[in-house]
Design a protein around this ligand. Structure first.
Ligand SMILES: [Zn+2]
Length: 379
């Protein structure tokens, strides 16, 4: 019997908002929420064939009290008003606080205030740097004006309620971030601006500019030790996983300039989980997140926690769901995350490495107290 951690409140330090409109979900489109692939054939044919999806259907069927089929689960969720479904599932997930990155699917999903009105948990926003930069490049004519606005927004983030910053640079130009001369960044701005003018929108992926802006944000974050979340490891099919190994970040992590920046490295770095556990074990400013790995790894979640806990101090591991779009993701991540951590802590107790009371304290740290401390959240 794994340790029962169900009563321990979760601080979900990295999650996304829920879709405004979910009325059109069918049993054919539902598996698409359970894959990181944007490929149509993957979503249509293979997303329903993972252990993750198959197990999720069984867990959700027992939650809804319906048959363990996709059709029955989709019918059961669809029979509830979306707001009631969200309030019930997030309530049952035992998530007390959610740090929300609203830079993903922004217009299709609820704003932090709208989400807070629907689900009864504390919500604090995270500022997504690339989304901010794209918006400012569209709005400003010169590099200097854009850079000044970017710096001001990042410097004012705390005062406007943000509790941390986030970068998805791994998706765009990789984690091998380099010092970039201002002139090179300005030239990249001209290219980005041309793209923005042509398309009316922008997906910023020009390495000198992405790198320059991230380093500027880190300089600002260092002033008041604002946590910076950086996507590492697996993600959707836009990502070149080779460039997403968290080891690429060592020059930043060990740079004196950023010594005070808490680097919250996301997704357990999966599959570079041992590498991330190592970084968290030797660098005071590195924290290891487990989101996305929880719930996606499903039956593999205990193995992930085993690797994380092999080197990283328990004070360095942060729980999150990285859930998005539908409330089921929060519920599954909370349920399987507590389960997987409980399995591994139980092994440590059996081994004689931990007392039961100690294991419970560790679970409280990993599931919430570490994040509360890193982000300076009120009790
Ligand atoms: Zn995320």
């Amino acid at each position: 019997m794994p340790l029962d951690l169900s009563a321990i409140p979760i601080v979900d330090h990295h999650g996304h908002s829920l879709l405004r409109a979910t009325g059109s979900i069918t049993s054919a489109t539902y598996p698409g929420f359970f894959t990181e692939s944007g490929d149509a054939e993957m979503r249509a044919r293979h997303a329903s064939q993972t252990i993750f999806f198959r197990w999720a259907i069984k867990a959700l069927a027992s939650y809804f009290g319906c048959a363990a089929t996709t059709e029955a689960v989709v019918a059961a969720r669809g029979a509830m008003p979306p707001d009631a479904l969200a309030a019930r599932m997030l309530g049952d997930a035992g998530i007390a606080t959610l740090l929300l990155d609203h830079g993903y699917q922004s217009s299709d999903t609820y704003s932090p205030a709208e989400l807070h009105a629907r689900v009864h948990l504390r919500i604090a926003p995270i500022l997504r740097l690339e989304a901010l930069a794209q918006d400012l490049i569209v709005r400003h004519e010169t590099f200097d004006a854009m850079l000044e606005a970017f710096g001001a927004a990042v410097a004012g983030a705390r005062a406007t309620g943000y509790v941390g910053l986030k970068s998805i640079i791994a998706y765009r130009t990789g984690l091998e971030v380099q010092e970039t001369p201002r002139a090179a960044a300005a030239a990249a701005f001209a290219a980005a601006k041309a793209q923005a003018r042509r398309d009316g929108t922008l997906r910023l992926a020009i390495k000198p500019l992405n790198d320059h802006l991230l380093l500027l944000a880190l300089d600002i974050a260092a002033r008041d030790a604002t946590p910076v979340q950086i996507h590492t490891g697996f993600g959707d099919d836009e990502l070149d996983l080779r460039g997403a190994n968290p080891l690429h970040l060592r020059p930043l992590i060990t740079n004196e300039r950023y010594a005070r920046v808490p680097f919250c490295l996301l997704h357990a770095g999966y599959p570079y989980t041992r590498e991330l556990s190592y970084l968290a074990a030797v660098h005071a400013n590195v924290y290891m997140d487990v989101g996305l790995a929880v719930p996606y790894l499903a039956a593999g979640i205990p193995a992930m926690f085993r690797q994380a806990l092999t080197l990283a101090p328990t004070s360095k591991i942060l729980f999150s769901t990285d859930a998005y779009s539908i409330p089921e993701m929060f519920w599954l991540a909370a349920r399987w995350g507590r389960w997987g951590l409980g399995v591994v802590l139980d092994e440590m107790i059996a081994l004689g490495a931990l007392e039961t009371t100690e294991a419970i304290e560790i679970a409280r740290d990993v599931l919430g107290r570490n994040a509360a401390r890193v982000y300076g959240l009120p009790d």
